[in-house]
Design a protein around this ligand. Structure first.
Ligand SMILES: [Zn+2]
Length: 372
């Protein structure tokens, strides 16, 4: 994927001396230093003291990963495509409990990955947009089970019809739920004239509102619509977030912490069987040669598999439809069908030789000319 090329940033995290403006969130120390930016917005630079990621893996070995799931609405069938039925959600939590899964917040999961201490059966549940149905339906159930999740909130919607207000967000935060930044306005940043500038201004506005109402700056970020490119990844890193989630299926690995793949749990995906199946997948390392970037116009999907996998087990799906692959040296190729969709998901699965388990990886292709 494009992510390995970003390893040059892995040395970004440095220790800085303390200042009066430090805040501490989560289990790890996060250092936030304020400065006045070029524009009038409050700008925040977050610098971590945790050790740098050591994601070097021996070639061919599957990397340790943690499956991450993305939810939106709970028990709210007015919006079936983003909703999960409460009975199905309860079945999922039951399954995790009965099978001794460790439900981690994203913060805890990234810490485990950075310390190379990922316990088997770890899983992260995330929730985007901060809908009221989380507070009313999911939160009480999660408390019963003693599970904590990470909720990404876009601050301009807080208190609006259908969305949690600041009192509710404070309450769930006090109960141990991790609150993450999902931008202020939830825009299509990649359609802005200057995506980096718009991103920085909007996301910092959200950070200042979180600080005002919750008393801290969230450390995790979720790209609106899951849309990202190299520029937004760079911005998110430089602003000091410790990780950022995307919307592409797959399993989180040390190499994908700024475009974290998540399995969607809404609409047709929100089942107990699909949930169980996806819990068993490992990450899969692929190198994508075409498209060249998430926003490129490309007719061909060309990739190679970096892990040692069984030759005949490599499969490709585009928007869920199985594609015929052509082998060309180390590369696999298939045509990308034309689509009027804004986002296409190019998915690869293959069976790892070492573990005999399947790995899953997806490349998100965004056509910014198409509407949502
Ligand atoms: Zn969203």
């Amino acid at each position: 994927m494009e992510l390995p090329q970003l390893n040059k940033f892995s040395g970004f995290r440095k220790c800085f001396s303390k200042t009066n403006d430090l805040l501490v969130t989560g289990k790890r120390l996060r250092y936030f230093i304020r400065y006045e930016g070029m524009n009038k917005l409050l700008s925040i630079l977050l610098i971590f003291v945790s050790s740098c990621v050591n994601s070097q893996q021996k070639t061919g070995e599957p990397v340790e990963g943690i499956p991450v799931f993305a939810y939106h609405r709970f028990g709210d069938d007015r919006f079936p495509s983003t909703n999960i039925d409460m009975k199905v959600f309860k079945d999922q939590l039951n399954y995790l409990k009965e099978n001794n899964y460790k439900v981690l917040t994203l913060d805890e999961a990234i810490e485990a990955i950075e310390n190379e201490n990922v316990k088997p059966k770890s899983v992260v549940l995330t929730v985007d947009d901060g809908y009221k149905s989380f507070y009313e339906n999911a939160f009480p159930l999660l408390q019963e089970y003693g599970y904590k999740v990470t909720i990404f909130v876009n601050t301009s919607y807080v208190g609006g019809n259908d969305f949690m207000d600041w009192d509710e967000l404070r309450e769930i935060s006090k109960a141990g739920m991790e609150i993450g930044n999902h931008s202020h306005e939830h825009p299509h940043f990649l359609n802005k004239q200057n995506p980096a500038k718009s991103f920085r201004e909007d996301v910092l506005k959200a950070q200042s509102l979180f600080e005002k109402h919750l008393g801290y700056f969230p450390g995790a970020f979720s790209y609106p619509y899951g849309e990202y490119d190299r520029t937004l990844i760079e911005e998110a890193r430089e602003m000091g977030f410790y990780a950022a989630t995307a919307q592409r299926s797959g399993v989180m690995s040390p190499e994908s912490t700024f475009a974290i793949p998540r399995f969607p749990m809404g609409g047709p995906f929100a089942t107990i069987d699909g949930f169980k199946r996806k819990l068993k997948f490992l990450p899969l390392r692929i190198r994508v040669h075409s498209p060249q970037s998430t926003t490129a116009i490309a007719e061909e999907f060309v990739f190679s598999v970096q892990d040692e996998v069984f030759e005949g087990s490599v499969q490709c799906f585009i928007d869920g439809e199985k594609r015929k692959l052509t082998r060309n040296g180390n590369n696999f190729e298939t045509a990308i069908p034309e689509s009027s969709q804004r986002r296409q998901l190019l998915t690869v699965t293959a069976r790892h030789k070492k573990s005999n388990l399947y790995g899953w990886s997806s490349f998100l292709l965004i056509n910014t000319n198409n509407r949502e």
